[in-house]
Design a protein around this ligand. Structure first.
Ligand code: PSU
Ligand code: MN
Length: 286
């Protein structure tokens, strides 16, 4: 099985791209021999494997909350409808024994003027929950060198899929090294299995978007600076910061961003399905 998060449905992508992307991910996982399970808090019920109708209601909702690991109990107690972030999705996936999870980009350490301690719960969750997270790295709205240092400190391997550097989401040209390179789904499964057997927890596998689909870094940086200035002026911080910046950048750069975003998320879902099959094969062949 492959878990899928739902904050990208509630807060990451606009309607109807959010629903299209969620459906495309589920299809890509099925087409590659695994079973998708989109995770959310469904009016107070932690739910692993949303139905078609639930997926659509979540995608249409304008009031759904954003739940990180911290917010799970609150959302259940309030009977809230909530999209789960990487940290909350990992926690719920692990609770039911799912070990593969695909997303777009993870959260990380923010740049100034956000406070030094605005560090996503995604990083801490990777340190304590044994799930392999397939992503396209993290966006350059974050402090990427600091994000990678924190992951090293926490004992989280950052693997590059057929790539030696940590990708920067839909932007071309990340130049920070990953901790190891992986060249096949089978190799990813073997590394993850060994990491867990040796007492490790989460593993990050970064799958870059092909260069011809990626947004040039100069364009992205210009949009990011405008978005950061707007966020500061509007007094946006904390959990609202990531969705705010992503939305502003998409507004500034236009539809190319949504297309690139959608492409990388679906590619990650497909790769996670391949690894899920390899992992099952590895375990059954012992
Ligand atoms: N990165 C994106 N799009 C997103 C997110 C991250 O490019 O939608 C979401 C993910 O759900 C991630 C969360 O787990 O934002 C991180 O939020 P925060 O920075 O508040 O931890
Ligand atoms: Mn934060």
């Amino acid at each position: 099985m492959v878990a899928l998060e739902s904050t990208l449905i509630t807060h990451g992508l606009p309607w109807p791209t959010n629903l299209e992307t969620a459906r495309a991910c589920e299809s890509a996982i099925r087409a590659n021999g695994a079973i998708p399970a989109t995770i959310a808090i469904w009016h107070g019920v932690p739910t692993v494997g949303l139905s078609e109708a639930q997926l659509e209601e979540l995608a249409r909702s304008t009031t759904a909350r954003k739940a990180s690991r911290r917010d799970l109990g609150v959302c259940v107690g309030w009977k809230a409808l909530a999209g789960t972030t990487v940290s909350a999705t990992m926690a719920l996936a692990h609770a039911v024994g799912i070990r593969l999870f695909a997303t777009g980009g993870i959260g990380g350490a923010h740049r100034p003027p956000a406070p030094d301690f605005d560090i996503s719960a995604d990083l801490i969750e990777l340190a304590r929950t044994p799930v392999l997270v397939v992503c396209a790295g993290a966006k350059s709205i974050l402090d990427l060198p600091r994000t990678l240092e924190i992951l090293e400190t926490l004992g989280v391997p950052v693997l590059g899929y057929r790539n030696d550097t940590f990708p920067t989401f839909y932007t071309a040209g990340g130049d920070l090294p990953v901790s190891a390179r992986i060249d096949s789904a089978a190799q990813a499964a073997a590394v993850f299995q060994a990491h867990c057997q040796l007492g490790g927890n989460g593993v990050l596998l970064a799958n870059p978007l092909p260069n011809n689909d990626a947004i040039p870094l100069v364009d992205f940086d210009r949009a990011r600076q405008l978005a950061e200035a707007d966020a500061e002026q509007a007094g946006v911080f904390g959990a609202r910061l990531t969705p705010y910046l992503l939305k502003r950048i998409a507004e500034i750069l236009g539809p190319v961003v949504l297309l690139a975003n959608q492409k990388l998320i679906v590619a990650n879902a497909q790769l996670a399905a391949e690894i899920a099959c390899s992992l099952t094969f590895l375990e059954q062949s012992v």
